[in-house]
Design a protein around this ligand. Structure first.
Ligand SMILES: *Cc1c(COP(=O)(O)O)cnc(C)c1O
Length: 326
């Protein structure tokens, strides 16, 4: 949770080799690396790790797929933190990353600030295998698909991705927020990653049972006392198994996402101020339970309510300190 490791998003190659030995390469359709890993706090991988991963994939004839949605932050971290890459441009690093992968796909919203997304394929045979799936999920290739306007917007976004003065902003704001919160004793994931500042809800609310969704409750409490909207990344985001049993997530995080060019520094400082205040009142925060729990994507579509009336006590405390000021 807290460490100084510069590349916590590295894929564990020892465990990959073990898995290949255990299940057999014929049962592994592809290896996927998520750059700027979303669910572990936007932590980056190194270029060296990707090179070694390519070598393992080549050894076993495995397809290497990259989810590049969060590439912008990861590029910045490689340029900042990886010794062997010092003095190289973002464009050179990006080129190497692309050359090492067989398939690169991305959410255009994240990587290019445009709508839609893309799947980039090197090998025509792989393209032909995937083409058959398109009508099932999307519509025939000849339907037209993405508008030219979107493709143009993506091109601009990809171009901006190579500008270090552009991609540095998110990670620098996140580093600032993580340092300020850590200074005030608020439990946050370190080192600062990309994507956002991640508050460790399990440590923030040790009195809550994991089945009362600490990260969900904390996200609600932050919203009530600041208007800042965070995203639960914990047990609530898990799916029940076939028997209806809910797996307990390894981490309970609230993600305070910081897309580049969206927030000012004073907005970040405001959030720090309110979250530190909330930390001093954390004993007031209670849990949540479902009032509507859909089977699919419950964390997007479901509805929950507070257990008890902790939200009233919290808001009363807030009023006592801040009056009607949000
Ligand atoms: C957000 C995200 C996605 C999904 O993006 P959409 O724009 O919602 O399709 C996929 N992969 C990663 C790593 C992401 O962070």
């Amino acid at each position: 949770m807290t460490s100084a490791h510069p590349f916590k998003g590295n894929l564990d190659l020892g465990r990959l080799r073990d898995l290949i030995a255990q299940v057999g390469v014929e049962h592994i359709p592809f290896v996927r690396l998520e750059t700027g890993t979303n669910l572990i706090g936007g932590q980056p991988h190194s270029l060296a790790n990707l090179r070694e991963l390519r070598a393992v994939c080549d050894e076993h004839g495995l397809l290497l797929v990259m989810d590049a949605s969060l590439l912008s932050d990861n590029l910045w971290f490689i340029a900042e933190r990886e010794e062997a890459e010092q003095g190289r441009t973002i464009a050179q690093i990006a080129r190497d990353i692309a050359d090492l992968c067989d398939i690169v796909y991305f959410s255009a919203r994240k990587i290019t600030c445009a709508r839609g997304g893309g799947i980039l394929i090197r090998d025509e045979e792989v393209y032909k295998r995937m083409r058959g799936l398109v009508p099932l999920y999307e519509g025939f290739l000849t339907y037209g698909g993405m508008s030219v306007r979107e493709m143009e917007a993506m091109t601009v976004g990809l171009d901006e991705l190579l500008d270090i003065d552009n991609i540095c902003q998110g990670p620098q704001f996140i580093a600032h927020m993580v340092a300020e919160l850590a200074d005030r004793g608020v439990p946050v994931i370190t080192p600062p990653g990309g994507l956002g500042c991640h508050v460790n809800a399990r440590e923030f609310l040790p009195h809550l049972d994991p089945r009362q969704y600490p990260a969900g409750a904390l996200a609600a409490a932050i919203y009530l006392t600041s208007g800042v909207r965070g995203m639960e990344r914990g047990t609530l985001s898990e799916q029940r198994d076939e028997k209806g049993v809910e797996p307990i997530a390894e981490m309970e995080l609230v993600r305070l996402a910081m897309p580049r060019r969206v927030f000012t520094l004073s907005q970040v400082n405001y959030a720090v101020d309110r979250i530190s205040w909330l930390y001093s009142k954390r004993h007031l925060i209670g849990g949540l339970r479902w009032i509507e729990e859909p089977e699919v994507l419950r964390f997007f579509y479901g509805r929950l309510e507070p257990i008890g009336d902790w939200q009233d006590a919290l808001v009363a405390e807030f009023r006592a300190d801040f009056g009607d000021s949000l």
